[in-house]
Design a binder for this molecule. Structure first.
Ligand code: CMX
Length: 468
C-alpha cells in the first residue's frame, strides 16, 4: 500500500475554490480514526448533512435556480437545474470533480495498491460517500469487506449459465442484477415496516453487497460468452479491481493498474446522465438498489451512452480495415466524412455537457503514453484526436467536437488482449455502480421524495404560449 504520507493533501489543494463549487461544505482528511469503518463514518456524517440541507431549504427554498425554455423541454432537458447529486459536479470546460477533486488530484491523493500509481476504486467510493480522502487502512478494510461479500447465489450463476452466448453481455448483466434483488436487505426491511430514518442503513448494505458482487457477475458473463465458463475464486487479499481482473483471467500488473484507473474514472459523472439519473429516478419510488441499478444499466446499454465504448472500437477497426495500418491524415478525414455523410455519429466524440476534451479521455491517453506509446492502435486514436475535432466543427452540428471517455478505453483494453468489444460496456457498468450507489445511499439519508417532474402536451403548451 502507498505510504500514509502520500495521502496528505497539500494546503493549496484544500484551499481551492472547488470545494465551494461543489457545494459540499468541507472535505475532511484524517479527521477520522484510521480504522473507522465507512458505515460508522457515514453514520456520523448523516445528521450533519441533514441539518445542512434543512437549513439550506429553509433559507433558500423559494430561490429560483434558472428558467425552463420550450427548447429545453423538447431538447432533452439540457441545462435544467433540477437534481441534487452529492458525489460529483461536472463543469463544461474543466470536466468532472469527485467531491471537489479533479481526476489528476484523485490520482495524487487517493491510496494506491502496493507499488502501483493509480487510485484504488474503493478509495474513490470512500471519497464519494464521505467527501473525505480515506487512509490506507480504511481502504484496505473496504477491499476486504467487499471480497467477503462477493459471492453470488447459485440461482444467479445458473441463470447466467443458461443465457445464450448471443444475448448481449449488458442484457445478461441487467438480468443477473435484477435477479439478485431476491437478496435485498432494503426490500425485506421495507416489507417489515422499518422506519424511514433507517432506510439509508439497509440501502448502504445493499449498495456494498451489490458493488462487491458485480465482479463475480461480470466475470461469469465474460467467461461464459468468450472463454471456458470457469470463474476462479475471489482472492480475499486482493483489492476490488485486481480481484475483478483475476476473475476475468488477466494477470499483467499493468492491466491491473488499468482496471484500477478505469473503474475509478467511469464511476460518477454527476446526476443527469442516463445511467445515473435512471438509477436515481427508479430509486425514488423506493425500488431497492438492485432494481434501481438494473434500470440504470439498461440506460447505460444505449449507443449514445455507455455502449459507445464498444462502438468506438468497432468504428476504429473498420477504419483501419478500410484505410490500412499506415493511414494518412487525409484517409482519416475522408473516413470521418464518410461516417457523417451516412448519417451516423462519430462514436466517442461529443457530449451533452462537456465542451472540451474529457479529462477521462486525457488520463487514459496519459496512461497509454506511459505504458503503450508505440501501440499502433493508440497511434491511430491519437491521429483521429488531431483530426476529428476539425471535421466535426466543419460539419457544424455537434456542440462539442472533442472526445469523451469512450473514445479511448477500447484501445487500452485491446493492448492487453482484452478484445471482446461487446463486453466493454459491462466494465463501464461495474464502475458506474460506485457513483450511483453512493447517490442512492444519500438519497435515502436525506429522505428525498418520489421524483415527479411536470410534463405538458404540445397542445397544452400551444394553449399556454398562444393563449388559445
Ligand atoms: N458525431 C456526429 N454528430 C454528432 C456527434 C458526433 N459525435 N455529437 C453530436 N452530434 C450531432 C447530434 O446528433 C445532433 O444532431 P441532430 O441535430 O441532427 O439531432 C447535433 O450534433 C447536436 O447534438 P449536441 O447537442 O452536440 O449533442 P447531444 O447533447 O444531443 O448528444 C451525445 C450528446 C454524446 C449523445 C452526442 O455527442 C453523440 O451522439 N456522440 C456520439 C456517441 C457517444 O460518444 N456517446 C458517449 C457519450 C459519453 C457517455 O455517456 O458514455
Amino acid at each position: 500500500m502507498a505510504s500514509a504520507l502520500r495521502l496528505l493533501p497539500t494546503a493549496s489543494l484544500l484551499s481551492s475554490r472547488r470545494f465551494a463549487a461543489t457545494g459540499f461544505n468541507s472535505v475532511r482528511c484524517y479527521s477520522t480514526a484510521k480504522s473507522q469503518s465507512l458505515k460508522d463514518r457515514l453514520r456520523e456524517l448523516i445528521p450533519e448533512k441533514q441539518a445542512e440541507v434543512k437549513e439550506l431549504r429553509a433559507k433558500y427554498g423559494s430561490k429560483v435556480m434558472g428558467e425552463t425554455t420550450v427548447e429545453m423541454m423538447y431538447g432533452g432537458m439540457r441545462g435544467i437545474k433540477g437534481l441534487v447529486w452529492e458525489g460529483s459536479v461536472l463543469d463544461a470546460d474543466e470536466g468532472i470533480r469527485f467531491r471537489g477533486y479533479t481526476i489528476p488530484e484523485c490520482q495524487k491523493l487517493l491510496p494506491t495498491a502496493e507499488g502501483g500509481e493509480e487510485p484504488l476504486p474503493e478509495a474513490l467510493f470512500w471519497l464519494l460517500v464521505t467527501g473525505e480522502v480515506p487512509t490506507v487502512e480504511q481502504v484496505k478494510s473496504l477491499s476486504q469487506d467487499w471480497a467477503a461479500r462477493s459471492a453470488i447465489p447459485s440461482y444467479v450463476e445458473d441463470l447466467l449459465d443458461r443465457c445464450p452466448n448471443t444475448l448481449h453481455p449488458m442484457s445478461q448483466f441487467s438480468l443477473a442484477i435484477t435477479a439478485l434483488q431476491h437478496e435485498s436487505s432494503f426490500a425485506k426491511a421495507y416489507q417489515s415496516g422499518v422506519p424511514k430514518s433507517q432506510y439509508w442503513d439497509y440501502t448502504f448494505e445493499d449498495a456494498n453487497d451489490l458493488i462487491a458482487k458485480l465482479p463475480n457477475i461480470a466475470a461469469r458473463i465474460y467467461r461464459n460468452v468468450f472463454k471456458d465458463g470457469k470463474v476462479p475464486e475471489v482472492n480475499p487479499n486482493l483489492d476490488w479491481a485486481a480481484n475483478f481482473a483475476h476473475l476475468l483471467g488477466y494477470k499483467d500488473p499493468k492491466f491491473l493498474e488499468l482496471m484500477r484507473l478505469y473503474l475509478t474514472i467511469h464511476s460518477d459523472h454527476e446526476g443527469g446522465n442516463v445511467s445515473a439519473h435512471t438509477t436515481h429516478l427508479v430509486g425514488s419510488a423506493l425500488s431497492d438498489p438492485y432494481l434501481s441499478f438494473a434500470a440504470g444499466m439498461n440506460g447505460l446499454a444505449g449507443p449514445l451512452h455507455g455502449l459507445a465504448n464498444q462502438e468506438v472500437l468497432r468504428w476504429t477497426m473498420k477504419m483501419r480495415e478500410q484505410v490500412g495500418a499506415e493511414a494518412t491524415d487525409e484517409d482519416i478525414k475522408n473516413f470521418l466524412w464518410k461516417t457523417l455523410k451516412s448519417g451516423q455519429v462519430v462514436p466517442g466524440y461529443g457530449h451533452a455537457v462537456l465542451r472540451k476534451t474529457d479529462p477521462r479521455y486525457t488520463c487514459q491517453r496519459e496512461f497509454a503514453l506511459k505504458h503503450l506509446p508505440t501501440d499502433p492502435l493508440f497511434k491511430l486514436v491519437g491521429q483521429i484526436y488531431n483530426i476529428a475535432p476539425g471535421v466535426l466543427t466543419e460539419h457544424g452540428k455537434t456542440k462539442n467536437p472533442y472526445p469523451n471517455v469512450d473514445a479511448h478505453s477500447g484501445v487500452l483494453l485491446t493492448h492487453y488482449g482484452f478484445v471482446e468489444q461487446d463486453f466493454y460496456t459491462v466494465l463501464f457498468g461495474v464502475s458506474r455502480a460506485l457513483g450511483v450507489m453512493n447517490a442512492l445511499i444519500w438519497d435515502r439519508a436525506l429522505g428525498l421524495p418520489l421524483e415527479r417532474p411536470k410534463s405538458l402536451s404540445t397542445a397544452y403548451l400551444k394553449k399556454m404560449l398562444e393563449g388559445k
